[in-house]
Design a protein around this ligand. Structure first.
Ligand code: FES
Length: 125
């Protein structure tokens, strides 16, 4: 288990594609201000539920720096801090304030029938 992985509460779904959206998790299974680890097919993802305004952000779970478990990171506002080396990433833009050379891969996200869904074939960054 990766360091920090114990904080991530994981879900594993078979790939359920309601083209173009893929269901990832029920809304009520995603706590505000925490990451949720989800495996869909061969993709490891992190879902973040933000407040003010409430929204969901879906990213690859692997930190672009060195593979840390982002779902276990601390969330403050719209920033997640990786548990491995504490690099902060904006969940709204994917940018890292410590390095221009790394960027979170995010996916377009919506809620359909109480499920957080994402377009997994088209990452936004
Ligand atoms: S692996 Fe995430 S900051 Fe290093």
């Amino acid at each position: 288990m990766r360091p920090g992985a114990q904080r991530a509460i994981g879900l594993s779904f078979p790939l359920v594609n309601t083209d173009p959206w893929t269901k990832l998790a029920r809304v009520e299974d995603c706590a505000v201000g925490q990451g949720r680890f989800v495996v869909v097919g061969d993709l490891e993802l992190a879902i973040f539920r933000l407040a003010d305004p409430e929204c969901f952000i879906v990213t690859k779970n692997s930190c672009p720096h060195a593979g840390g478990n982002l779902a276990a990171g601390e969330v403050s506002g719209d920033v997640v801090t990786c548990p491995w080396h504490q690099w902060p990433f904006s969940l709204k833009t994917g940018a890292c304030t410590l390095s221009d050379s790394v960027h979170l891969r995010r996916y377009e996200t919506t809620v359909i029938d109480g499920y957080v869904c994402a377009k997994l074939d088209r990452p936004t960054a």
